[in-house]
Design a protein around this ligand. Sequence first.
Ligand SMILES: [Zn+2]
Ligand SMILES: [Zn+2]
Ligand SMILES: [Zn+2]
Length: 280
Amino acid sequence: MERPELSFTLAYIVFCLCFVFTPNEFRSAGLTVQNLFSSWLGREDMGFVQYHIRRTSVTVLVHSALPLGYYMGMCIAAPEINLGYIQQVTTYRVYMALQSECHVTVTESRQHQLSPDSASPAQILTLRVDSINPAVRPFDIRLNSTEYAELREKLNAPIRNSANVVIHQTISELFLETFRVQVDLNQPYTIPSGQEIDPCIGCMQVPASTKLVRLCQTEGADNDSDCQQCFCRPMWCLACLGRWFASRQDQQRPETWLSSRVPCPTCRAKFCILDVCVVH
Ligand SMILES: [Zn+2]
Ligand SMILES: [Zn+2]
Ligand SMILES: [Zn+2]
């Protein structure tokens, strides 16, 4: 299997060695600090001391920035799903496959300690995209496991898990499943005819699909519900509203999430999970 990271790392090491020790080939191609910053450095014969103070400082700066250049190159852009295509942009290539022609499979999982102070290591998943179109070569996409649920949702198709990888999702992402099941039990909201549905203002990826209607007071006799009627038109998709709902909760006490109230992200009217209606 091709390893673009490995080729990039090797190519980058060679480039750095050549850039630092500047062989004749690099000199003649003008790939030296002196040449790249010549306009700022000025001329050596006009001011020898100033020229070399500048040259040594800029050399130290550029050489110490080489690892950062490497880091940015290795940062694989998150896969995107746009206009029905799965896209992955890497340092040297852009991969694209039509979503409706794809099978996506989780093939690998790795733990990475992204920063010394983060409590738990990040889980990076590798997913293989196979297209039934023979012209499209299979490719891998990599993402943090916390972004897995979002990808799965945008994909609109099941993702196979060939390696039986246990995917560590955030508690909010796990909560989304429960949120969705609960909301499906509520009565749907039919939009008035002629009213257009805008894209969700949270993700701009899918049409808004929820409307907050104060329904909880009609359940049983207790009218002392703290919920308020929201008069906003449908503006959020279910996933974005679910994430908002989860983000406003006590993160240490997930058992209280389902029964609590949060403000509407737009007008701040309080709502509970019973008030979330799916738009039809
Ligand atoms: Zn959304
Ligand atoms: Zn509102
Ligand atoms: Zn309510």
